[in-house]
Ligand binder design. Structure first.
Ligand SMILES: [Zn+2]
Length: 333
């Protein structure tokens, strides 16, 4: 049993309360390798932004849960080395699918876990979420739960259709489970293909897909029912078209990849939405940068010569999200 407090991590409680009150959101970036983690920590340290490092099931399978947890411990020390005196870093389990997975993360030093029982019937979602909350809270680990179903594919989480969160259920759910934050479904979606062309309109000038707007009415209903309660948005990459275009121009094949427009995420950040999950965008930044190197220098075979530029590109993206979309810069001096 290792406490996250011993390794310099923090849970989400105070961070979320400040974000809700201050009208900004905390970035939750997924990581599964060293370059991503370096880019996240450099971006957070340079902007003094609180940050959530997320570990998904896919990341645990790819990199190993224990190794990722020690990388997060290293990240705290690295942040201090970069001159960030009081780093506010959360290590969070993304989409925990069972009590056992959540427990193992709590026991090895995660400061926050998500239990995603949203695919289960309502009462079963409550029962499993409460079981995780009861365990995690003994160690002051915060718990994110989910109500409603997001469409799309994220690692091993997938659903064909979305079901918006029902505002009439949120008070009952939050009070009976004791969860610390709630992921809701209001039209965001996992992956780089958030909407089919049929769900979108097309900009006549550029020919690009324009996705349907988020259901802000549902969000506002939920905020009214649970004033000040921390709300989380999953599947909130914006799928920057310059990366998609570059990848496609350099031999890639990502037709009609489309995400959530940044203006809408900026709008959501000002509400009770205090955690925004971004994964696909850093994958696109990394892929575009690597393709660029391979195109310009076909003789390159030193991984540092293409992973280095990929790291720089991801860092640029993370800083942009922090400063221009979520507004969390300067909130962790
Ligand atoms: Zn998610």
């Amino acid at each position: 049993m290792v406490s996250y407090k011993e390794i310099g991590l923090v849970n989400t409680r105070e961070m979320f309360a400040k974000a809700v009150a201050g009208g900004y959101a905390i970035p939750a970036f997924n990581f599964n390798n060293m370059e991503q983690l370096q880019a996240i920590i450099q971006a957070a340290a340079e902007t003094k932004s609180p940050v959530i490092l997320q570990v998904s099931k896919g990341a645990r399978n790819y990199a190993n849960q224990t190794l990722l947890r020690y990388m997060a411990e290293g990240a705290v020390e690295y942040a201090k080395e970069l001159g960030w005196e009081h780093p506010q870093i959360v290590l969070h389990l993304d989409h925990g699918d069972s009590f056992e997975t959540c427990k193992s993360c709590v026991d090895m030093g995660f400061s926050s876990v998500m239990i995603d029982a949203s695919a289960l019937p309502y009462e079963e979602n409550i029962a499993l979420t409460k079981k995780v909350v009861d365990y995690a809270h003994q160690f002051d680990v915060t718990v994110e739960a989910e109500l409603g179903v997001l469409a799309g594919v994220e690692d091993e989480v997938s659903a064909a259709e979305s079901h918006y969160t029902k505002p009439e259920e949120v008070i009952d759910f939050a009070s009976r489970t004791g969860c610390d934050s709630l992921a809701i479904s209001i039209g965001t979606s996992h992956g780089a293909y958030k909407f089919t062309p049929e769900q979108c309109t097309r900009d006549p000038k550029t020919g690009r897909l324009v996705p349907p707007p988020l259901a802000f009415d549902v969000l506002h209903e939920i905020e009214k029912k649970l004033p000040g309660f921390p709300i989380v948005l999953h599947g909130s990459s914006s799928v920057p078209q310059e990366y998609v275009d570059e990848i496609n121009a350099l031999g890639g094949k990502l037709p009609d990849a489309v995400g959530i427009p940044e203006e809408q995420l900026r709008e959501a950040s000002k509400s009770a939405v205090c955690k925004i999950n971004i994964d696909s965008d850093s994958r696109l930044a990394m892929t575009a940068a690597i393709r660029r190197v391979f195109h310009d220098k076909p003789g390159e075979f030193d991984p540092r010569k293409y992973l280095g530029p990929a790291r720089d590109e991801m860092k640029k993206l993370y800083k942009h999200k922090i400063v221009n979309v979520l507004g969390s810069d300067g909130k962790a001096e």
